[in-house]
Ligand binder design. Structure first.
Ligand code: FES
Length: 122
């Protein structure tokens, strides 16, 4: 036995951190039985994971594959009606769903692999 605590086997591996471009985002398909996919944003060593569903009408946010950010990469943008969300907490600050947050997904990083908690993952 290694003595090192392994993550619960139910945690879902998404990808290695380096597969998410620094300053960019990566999209993940829904897990079986789920309706919404997920996306992750990486800024250096910081990672943010959200459900890919706009709080306005529940459609996916991205405007192209893996494209979730505005032109300067400073905010999450909804491709349908242009709502803007803060990357750090997912809160909408401009657009038709101002004041509504994205659904943050609990995650952990183990040996460079991004894992999400299926209890909180779409
Ligand atoms: S669907 Fe996202 S702002 Fe309307």
């Amino acid at each position: 036995m290694s003595g090192e605590a392994a993550p619960p086997p139910s945690w879902r591996p998404l990808c290695r951190l380096e597969e998410i471009p620094d300053g960019g985002a990566k999209e993940f398909a829904p897990s079986s039985g789920s309706h919404n996919g997920l996306f992750a944003i990486r800024r250096g060593g910081d990672v943010f994971v959200y459900e890919n569903s706009c709080p306005h009408i529940g459609v996916p946010l991205n405007w192209a594959p893996d494209r979730f950010l505005d032109a300067k990469g400073r905010h999450i943008v909804c491709g349908t009606h242009g709502a803007l969300f803060r990357i750090a907490d997912g809160m909408c600050f401009k657009g038709p769903c101002t004041g509504l947050p994205l659904t943050a997904i609990p995650f952990r990083v183990e040996d460079g692999v991004l894992l999400v908690d299926p209890e909180g993952a779409g």
